[in-house]
Design a protein around this ligand. Sequence first.
Ligand SMILES: CC(C)(COP(=O)(O)OP(=O)(O)OC[C@H]1O[C@@H](n2cnc3c(N)ncnc32)[C@H](O)[C@@H]1OP(=O)(O)O)[C@@H](O)C(=O)NCCC(=O)NCCS
Length: 145
Amino acid sequence: MSEDDLPHVYRINRESFTTDAWLLEAFKREFGLPYSYKYVLEKENKIIGYLILWIIDKEATVMTFAIDKAYRGMGLGKYFFKEVMERLNNSIDRILLDVRKSNIKAIKLYKSLGFKILGERKKFYSDGEDALLMGKEMKCVEGKR
Ligand SMILES: CC(C)(COP(=O)(O)OP(=O)(O)OC[C@H]1O[C@@H](n2cnc3c(N)ncnc32)[C@H](O)[C@@H]1OP(=O)(O)O)[C@@H](O)C(=O)NCCC(=O)NCCS
C-alpha cells in the first residue's frame, strides 16, 4: 500500500464499517509507524481490498481488513488474508485479531484459516458490541511446513 492508494482504501473502509470506520488521518498516521504493515489487493489494476496489521515482538495484530462490497463472496478475502499470512509466516510467532461477535462471515473466514477463539472482549466497540479475540500460532517447525 502506498499513500496514493488511500482514497480507495478509505472508501472501502467507509462502506465496510459503521461506528468503527477509520478517519483518513488514521490511515495517514499508519505510514509513520515502523511496526505497521499495509497491503492492498488489486484486481485488473483496481484496489479491491486492504489489510493493515501491526507487528510488535513477533506478534501480528490485524488492525483493519476489508474487501470492496462488489467483490465479496468470491473467495478473494480468504485468498488475500492467506497470502499475507504466508508472507509473514517465518517472521512472526502468532497473529491476533478482534472481530465483532455478529460478524459471522469474518469469523468463518478466520476459522477456515486455522484461527481459534481465544476470548471475548465485552463492549469492545463504541456501539457496545462485544468482540471475539481470535488467534493463530504461526511458528512452523524447521523443515516441516
Ligand atoms: C469479511 C470479508 C473480508 C470477507 O471477504 P470475502 O471476500 O467476502 O470472503 P470470501 O469470499 O473469501 O469468503 C471466505 C470465507 O468467508 C465465509 N463467508 C464468506 N461469505 C459468507 C457469507 N455470505 N455467509 C457466511 N460465510 C461467508 C466463508 O467461510 C468463506 O469460505 P468458504 O467460501 O470456503 O466457505 C468481507 O465480507 C468484508 O470486507 N466485510 C466487511 C469488513 C469486515 O467485516 N472485515 C473484517 C473485520 S474483523
